[in-house]
Design a protein around this ligand. Structure first.
Ligand code: SF4
Length: 361
């Protein structure tokens, strides 16, 4: 139907659809269960009728699984979302589904009033025909042993290990194992398994790193420490967990990182100066904690301090030697000046006496 068929025309109450030159009429029933058949003017009589309406992925799959037993069925309307589009994943309405269904029905019937059934020209027979070719894929069938071996690769050894959560996109762990056998899925698509593996790997790293790691919540209470932290700060986890960070470290850098949310790198002394640490503090938004990674650089720091001290002592000694040298040089210069003056005086007297003798001749 288009505006030419509509009594209201493009400026009528059919609104946007008319503005687009279209009047969907009964097609507005499409979002509800059975709406497609109603749009097509086909009855979806649920009691014994030849036309069926199946909604929801599980029901659709179950229907296909039992299709060979479905005799006398003429037409099947299938929708992935149980209840139709009004129950789809993008619907965020707070209106309950029955009210939504009634609203859609009322609106569709109201706007379809100008189009009684049979008022449109019937489709040509060619439009109602479609041919399907057999395109069945011959997939290999795994044995029970194959399935168990694939399940074991994601640590599913007992039936209780099979969570059947559907996070991989398959209805059950067995279905996914079969898909892996057929080359249609990857073992790593099991989300709980990959998550557990990632967590155990990060736990292993945090548990074995030589760097101390401490996490502090917004109240500056210690929520986690690793074994290296216990060793470096000479404290047991049981004794510091839940306590204020000030029992082991200066809280100021943690407060700063909570305020700025910027990574802070610094060197700081702890335990009354007996521990020198190079530390990085950063904010972790998903947990609202600040984590500090602490590298014990005490030995290196002490070595640097000793070298600095030796350097200063050497400079001081060199300064003293130079001072003494200067004094000696000044004394030598003084003595040299004195003897030079005496020599000069003596030679002058000698010259004068010689001159006097020459004149008296
Ligand atoms: S994600 Fe993993 S646990 Fe969940 S159904 Fe798939 S295979 Fe099973």
């Amino acid at each position: 139907a288009d505006c030419a068929d509509c009594a209201e025309g493009p400026s009528g109450a059919h609104g946007l659809d008319c503005a687009r030159g279209q009047t969907p009429g009964r097609a507005r029933l499409f979002p509800i269960e059975g709406g497609m058949m109603a749009t097509a003017g086909v009855s979806s009589d649920m009691i014994g009728g030849p036309d069926l309406c199946v909604t929801g992925m599980e029901n659709v799959i179950a229907f296909f699984d039992s299709i060979q037993h479905q005799s006398g069925v003429r037409m099947v309307e299938m929708m992935a979302c149980a209840g139709g589009c009004i129950e789809g994943p993008g619907i965020a309405s707070e209106i309950d589904s029955w009210t939504r269904k009634r609203m859609v029905t009322a609106y569709a019937l109201q706007t379809a009033a100008g189009f009684p059934a049979g008022s449109l020209p019937p489709p040509s027979p060619a439009m109602l025909q479609v041919a399907f070719a057999r395109r069945e894929v011959d997939l290999p069938e795994p044995t029970e042993e194959d399935i168990r071996a694939i399940l074991a690769r994601t640590d599913k050894v007992n039936p209780s290990d099979e969570l059947n959560c559907g996070a991989c996109g398959y209805n059950s762990c067995r279905d996914k194992a079969i898909a892996v056998f057929r080359g249609l899925a990857e073992v790593e698509m099991c989300i709980p398994y990959m998550r557990e593996r990632a967590e155990s790997m990060s736990n292993l790293i945090i548990g074995t790193t030589p760097n101390g790691v401490v996490a502090v919540d917004r109240e500056l209470a210690i929520v986690s420490v690793n074994p290296a932290f216990e060793q470096v700060f000479c404290v047991r986890a049981d004794d510091c967990l839940g306590k204020h960070i000030s029992v082991v470290m200066d809280p100021a850098p943690f407060e700063q990182v909570f305020g700025t949310r910027e990574t802070l790198r610094m060197e700081e002394s702890h335990l009354g100066g007996s521990l020198m640490a190079a530390q990085s503090l950063f904010y972790v938004s998903v947990r609202d904690v600040v984590v500090a990674i602490i590298d014990d650089i005490t030995a290196e720091y002490n070595r640097g301090q000793a070298i600095q001290k030796a350097r200063e002592e050497t400079l001081e000694k060199a300064g003293r030697v130079i001072d003494r040298q200067m004094r000696v040089a000044q004394e030598i210069a003084g003595l040299l000046g004195e003897t030079t003056a005496e020599t000069k005086l003596l030679l002058t007297q000698l010259i004068r006496q010689t001159q006097d003798k020459e004149l008296s001749k």
